[in-house]
Write a protein that binds this ligand. Structure first.
Ligand SMILES: [Zn+2]
Length: 138
């Protein structure tokens, strides 16, 4: 079903195809996202790449007004902040990503538990374009 490997580059390859991948431990059943060769739960190495649903809910978030260099280059600044959150996937794993389509002029209006679905963001010019994970409300 999945043509992706444990190589971390494949996480981004999957995103390019609008897929979110993780790993499933065949020993203890633990799901991790992004995929991991060694199970973070039991340290076993019998892991396989699996597709994750891409649906989840917002567990925690922060609104960032002083961006990293990469995000500054993407156009974010104190007047144009961005939101980063931890999303608990319906499959189980938690993953951090940019959260889109929130009213950042009123961070207090952003609700923990908001149902989200994965999307992607393209950054960089044609040659150096990269695809990043993001989530938006369902
Ligand atoms: Zn395990």
């Amino acid at each position: 079903m999945v043509d992706f490997t444990m190589n971390s580059k494949d996480f981004y390859k999957a995103l390019k195809a609008q897929l979110l991948i993780g790993s499933h431990c065949q020993d203890c059943g633990y799901l991790a996202a992004p995929q991991r060769q060694i199970c973070p739960n039991c340290l076993g190495s019998k892991t396989e790449v699996v597709n994750l649903s891409g649906a989840g809910k917002l567990m925690a978030f922060t609104v960032i007004y002083v961006p990293s260099l990469m995000m500054a280059q993407a156009g974010y600044n104190a007047k144009n902040p961005y939101c980063v959150g931890i999303v608990e996937l319906v499959d189980g794993p938690k993953i951090s990503a940019q959260i889109l389509d929130m009213d950042l002029s009123k961070p207090e209006s952003i609700e923990i538990g908001t149902e989200l679905t994965m999307t992607t963001i393209q950054r960089g010019d044609a040659e150096n374009q990269k695809t990043y994970l993001a989530f938006k409300p369902m």
